[in-house]
Design a protein around this ligand. Structure first.
Ligand code: NAD
Length: 429
C-alpha cells in the first residue's frame, strides 16, 4: 500500500498535522509496539477517514454577517457509525478535531461500543454570542454537515460550550430536512425529545465506578479512602458526591476560583448548594482555601482530576502525595508526569477508560431512541457499571500480563479491537 506521506507533496504537511494530532499519533505508535497488529491496519488507522471543513455564515443580532469556520472529522467507521462531541471554541481547528476523533475511536473500542470516533466544532467565541446567534450558527452548521451526519453514519453529542439545547437544535434541523422526528441523530438531548435519564450524571458516576473497581483490585476499601477532586462541574461535582455517598472522605474540591480543604472532610451537600447559589466555591465558609496548584499536592489517597488538560506535569508530579490518580478530564496528565508516576509506583486510571461513562450512556440513549423503548435510571446505572467493570478488568489484566501501564494497556486493548475488525473486513477494494 502506498504510504500517504509518499504520495503527498513532501514539504507540505497534511492539513490536520498539528502538535495535538502528532501527540495522538505518537501515543498510537507507542501502543503499537505492544499491540501486535498488522502493518496495513496500523497504517490505515494513522489517518482520519474523512475530514470536512465548512464555512458557516451567520447573521448577527446587529444585522452584520459573520462567517465561522467549522469542522467535522471522522476517524474510523470500521466498527460502526462514528460518535463524538461538537465544541464551540476560538481554538477549534482541523488538527484538534482529528486528534480528538482518534481518541474517541480508542475510547469507544475499549468499551466495546459499536462506534468509531469523530469530533467536530466551530471556531467562534460562544461567550460573546447571544442565544439567537448560537441557534442560527448551530442550525446552519448542521445543514452544512448533512452529507456526513445521520443515525447510521455519524452521531454528534455535546462538548465544550455546547449542551442539551444545542443538541435539540441539531436534532430539529436534521428532522426538518428528512420530514420526521429523528431523535437518534444526536445524543445528550433533553429527555423530552428522546434524551436518556442518567446521561448528565453518567461521566462522574462512571469515574467513581472505575475507582471502586480499582480499589477492589488493589485490596482497598473505598469507604476508607481520602479523596481530593479538582473540578466541581458536571464530572467533578457528581464524582465528589458519589464518593461521599460511598463513604469515602472528600478532603478537598475546587473550581476555577480555587480549592476548599478540610482535613475532617468537606460538607459536599453544603458546597454543592453554595456553588449552585453563588456560581463559585469562593468564600465557602469554615474551610481552608487553597489554590488549584496546592490542591493537587494535598496528602490524600485518591486524586481525581475533573477540570482540564495538563494539570499534572513533570514539574509538580514529584510533589503529588496520592496513592492513585483518576483521570475524569481528558488529558490531565502529561506524558512526562505519567513516567514519573510510573517510577513512583502510583497507578493512573486513564481517561479513555475512566471518563467513558458519558459516551457509554450516549450509546444507551441512541439504542433507546432506535428501539423507541426507554429504560429507567436503575437499569441504566446497572448496565453502565457492567460495561465499565468489563472494560476495567480487561485493561487491568492486560497491564499485568504485558507489564504495561494502565494507559498503555487501555490503548493496546482498544487498538486491537479496531485492528481486528479492520482485518476481518479487509481494506476496500
Ligand atoms: P464543567 O465545565 O462542567 O466543569 C469544569 C470544572 O472545572 C468547573 O468546576 C470549573 O470551574 C473547573 N475549572 C475550569 N478551569 C479550571 C482551572 N484552571 N483550574 C481548576 N478548575 C478549573 O466541565 P465537565 O463537563 O465537568 O468536564 C470536565 C472535564 O471532563 C473536561 O476535560 C471534559 O473534556 C471531560 N469530560 C467530560 C465529559 C462529560 O460528559 N461532561 C465526558 C468525558 C470527558
Amino acid at each position: 500500500m502506498a504510504k500517504i506521506d509518499e504520495i503527498s507533496v513532501e514539504e507540505q504537511p497534511l492539513e490536520w498535522d498539528t502538535p495535538l494530532f502528532r501527540t495522538a499519533v505518537a501515543q498510537f505508535e507507542e501502543a503499537l509496539t505492544h499491540a501486535d497488529v498488522g502493518a496495513a491496519a496500523a497504517e490505515r488507522l494513522r489517518y482520519p477517514e474523512r475530514a470536512v471543513m465548512v464555512s458557516v455564515p451567520v447573521r448577527m443580532d446587529d444585522g452584520r454577517w459573520t462567517v465561522f469556520p467549522g469542522y467535522r472529522v471522522l476517524h474510523s467507521s470500521v466498527i460502526g457509525p462514528t460518535k463524538g462531541g461538537i465544541r464551540y471554541d476560538p481554538h477549534v481547528s482541523l488538527g484538534e478535531c482529528a486528534a480528538l476523533a482518534m481518541w474517541m475511536t480508542w475510547k469507544c473500542a475499549l468499551l466495546r461500543l459499536p462506534y468509531g470516533g469523530a469530533k467536530g466544532g466551530v471556531r467562534c467565541n460562544p461567550r460573546e454570542m447571544s442565544m439567537d446567534e448560537l441557534q442560527r450558527l448551530t442550525r446552519r452548521y448542521t445543514i452544512e454537515l448533512l452529507p456526513v451526519i445521520g443515525p447510521e453514519k455519524d452521531i454528534p453529542a455535546p462538548d465544550m460550550a455546547t449542551n442539551e439545547q444545542t443538541m435539540a437544535w441539531m436534532m430539529d434541523t436534521y428532522s426538518m430536512q428528512v420530514g420526521y422526528a429523528v431523535p437518534e441523530v444526536v445524543t445528550g438531548k433533553p429527555i423530552s425529545i428522546g434524551g436518556s435519564v442518567f446521561r448528565s450524571e453518567a461521566t462522574g458516576a462512571g469515574v467513581v465506578m472505575v475507582i471502586e473497581r480499582a480499589c477492589h483490585r488493589l485490596g482497598w476499601n473505598l469507604a476508607e479512602q481520602r479523596c481530593v477532586v479538582q473540578g466541581f462541574g458536571n464530572v467533578g461535582g457528581v464524582a465528589a458526591r458519589d464518593l461521599h455517598y460511598r463513604g469515602a472522605k472528600v478532603l478537598a474540591v475546587s473550581d476555577i476560583s480555587g480549592g476548599i480543604y478540610s482535613p475532617k472532610g468537606i460538607d459536599i451537600h453544603g458546597a454543592t448548594a453554595w456553588a449552585a447559589e453563588h456560581r463559585t466555591l469562593a468564600d465557602f465558609p469554615d474551610v481552608e482555601h487553597v489554590s488549584n496548584e496546592e490542591l493537587l499536592e494535598l496528602p490524600c489517597d485518591i486524586l481525581v482530576l475533573a477540570a482540564l488538560e495538563e494539570q499534572l506535569t513533570a514539574e509538580n508530579a514529584p510533589r503529588v502525595q496520592c496513592k492513585l490518580v483518576a483521570e475524569g478530564a481528558n488529558g490531565p496528565t502529561t506524558i512526562e508526569a505519567d513516567e514519573i508516576f510510573g517510577e513512583r509506583g502510583i497507578p493512573v486510571l486513564p481517561d479513555i477508560l475512566t471518563n467513558a461513562g458519558g459516551v457509554t450512556v450516549s450509546y444507551f440513549e441512541w439504542v433507546q431512541d432506535l428501539g423507541r423503548l426507554f429504560w429507567n435510571r436503575e437499569e441504566i446505572r446497572a448496565k453502565l457499571a457492567d460495561q465499565l467493570s468489563d472494560g476495567f478488568d480487561r485493561v487491568w489484566n492486560l497491564a499485568e500480563q504485558q507489564r504495561l501501564s494502565l494507559r498503555s494497556a487501555a490503548l493496546v486493548g482498544a487498538i486491537r479491537e479496531v485492528a481486528g475488525a479492520l482485518d476481518a473486513r479487509g481494506i476496500y477494494p
